[in-house]
Design a binder for this molecule. Structure first.
Ligand code: CMC
Length: 428
């Protein structure tokens, strides 16, 4: 295949380079297009626009393939710990035993958050959404660690900022939950691994004695791994673009958290359970709700269905569906919304509307059912997604900085008024 693409415009013919990635996807490099022809490209929602060259995550939406740094998601979910995957994403390779021990040790030294941060909770109204709290609290870490504001931190300094964020995020996330209940906060126990420590701070009592159900810990580990990265999605692109302005890591991740909150993105896991509950309370007529989702005059969408990139199946959804059955069986939970979810999935997968548009269950369709079985309230679901996505956001931010990528600044085609004369207010 040619390594250039030819574009004809008016009398002009220009040759543009074609870049090919290691998994053989190709892209026209249009950086010089405007200089050569005066044209820009227009692609609302960046549906067919590559924003960067990245070596972190590969995704083939047609084949349903997802790999982190070349490792299949199925293998990582089965065999790895969340911290191993975090290391892999951030530093590029799976850690040796010594590297993993050191990583765990470094993180365990920074799990405490500044006591003054507890005062923030007094300012949040009792019903404030956990995602708004998380975004604010993560951004506020920049005030406690002002050295992070320097965009030219040495590698060692930058690494400490990364370690602090990974360590404190689990504490912050569990404290948001504890505060929502009005319960006393539980401080981290550094003898625990990352996931157990998080579960201990979330569900434990104020005692050293703790027993975290291994079924719960395993499910949590898998869920965090499945969410850990997903290449240039809405929140990750947000993190990279905010970071490209030399913005510090905490502020960049805080912006990503806000983007993730949206129900079309990570907020879908909360929206799915709310939808399933609504269908159940309405009598459980799955066809009625499918018809609503297909009706273009009805704003209702089947939450947890469809994906910008996956047009065959979402490999994460396959793993989660199985985990969901296992967790509910092992915990002896019979959740009626699981039956509705399965009926809905079956009906949608044989409905021409969904088949033609290649709409399949995504990662969020079954994850909420597991979170609920583990004891999390609905409005915490997207926060758990954020905890899982954190290493991916960090890896993408770090890669963007190491590549010395320029500030993100798309162009536009202006379609507004041209040359209007100002008229004083009394004459309008
Ligand atoms: N229910 C009903 N119709 C849908 C749905 C849905 N969930 N998703 C897409 N469609 C239709 C859409 O109306 C459009 O139809 P038409 O061609 O007749 O106009 C067609 O399918 C293409 O949809 P689109 O909105 O152009 O696709 P997109 O790539 O812009 O949007 C999406 C992707 C995920 C935002 C969308 O599928 C959606 O809103 N899904 C529900 C929300 C959801 O589950 N989001 C979680 C995504 S996975 C977690 C993550 O990584 O963020």
């Amino acid at each position: 295949m040619s390594s250039t693409a030819t574009i004809k415009y008016g009398d002009q013919t220009v040759e543009l380079p074609v870049i090919t990635g290691t998994e053989n996807e190709s892209a026209i490099d249009i950086a010089k297009l405007r200089d050569l022809t005066g044209l820009i490209t227009l692609d609302s929602g960046f549906k067919n626009t590559g924003a960067t060259k990245s070596a972190i995550t590969f995704l083939d939406g047609e084949q349903g393939v997802l790999k982190y740094r070349g490792y299949a998601i199925e293998e990582l979910a089965e065999k790895a710990s969340f911290l191993e995957v975090a290391y892999l994403l951030i530093y590029g390779n799976l850690p040796t035993k010594a590297q993993l021990d050191d990583f765990q040790f470094q993180i365990s030294r920074h799990t405490l958050v500044h006591e003054d941060m507890k005062k923030f909770f007094d300012g949040f109204p009792s019903k404030s959404h956990p995602m708004g709290q998380l975004s604010s609290l993560v951004c506020s870490l920049s005030s406690f660690y002002p050295e992070s504001l320097d965009p030219h931190q040495t590698q060692e300094e930058q690494n400490l900022t990364i370690i602090k964020l990974l360590a404190k995020m689990a504490t912050i996330v569990s404290w948001i939950y504890k505060k929502s209940l009005g319960h006393p906060l539980i401080y981290p126990q550094n003898k625990f691994d990352y996931v157990t420590n998080y579960l201990y701070m979330t569900f434990g009592q104020r005692t050293e004695e703790v027993s975290i159900d291994p079924v719960v810990a395993k499910a949590m580990n898998v869920l965090l791994i499945l969410h850990a990265d997903h290449e240039q999605n809405c929140s990750t692109s947000t993190v990279r673009i905010v970071g490209s302005a030399d913005c510090n890591l905490y502020a960049s991740i805080s912006a990503g958290i806000s983007a993730l909150w949206g129900p079309l993105h990570g907020g879908a896991n909360q929206a799915v359970i709310e939808m399933l509950e609504q269908i159940k309370n309405d009598g459980g007529d799955v066809d009625k709700w499918l018809n609503k989702a297909k009706d273009k005059n009805d704003p209702f969408r089947l939450m947890g269905f469809g994906h910008r990139v996956y047009k065959n199946f979402d490999p994460r959804a396959k793993i989660i569906k199985k985990a969901c059955d296992d967790v509910l069986a092992k915990l002896g939970i019979n959740d009626p919304v699981l039956d509705i979810a399965k009926k809905l999935e079956q009906a949608a997968l044989s409905d021409p509307y969904f088949v033609e548009r290649k709409l399949y269950p995504n990662v969020d369709f079954y994850s909420g059912i597991i979170y609920r079985a583990l004891g999390f309230p609905t409005d915490m679901f997207t926060v758990l997604f954020a905890l899982g996505r954190l290493p991916g956001w960090i890896a993408q931010w770090k890669e963007m900085r190491e590549n010395k990528e320029p500030i993100g600044r798309p162009r536009q085609v202006y379609v507004g008024e041209v040359n209007r004369q100002f008229v004083p207010v009394e004459k309008r």
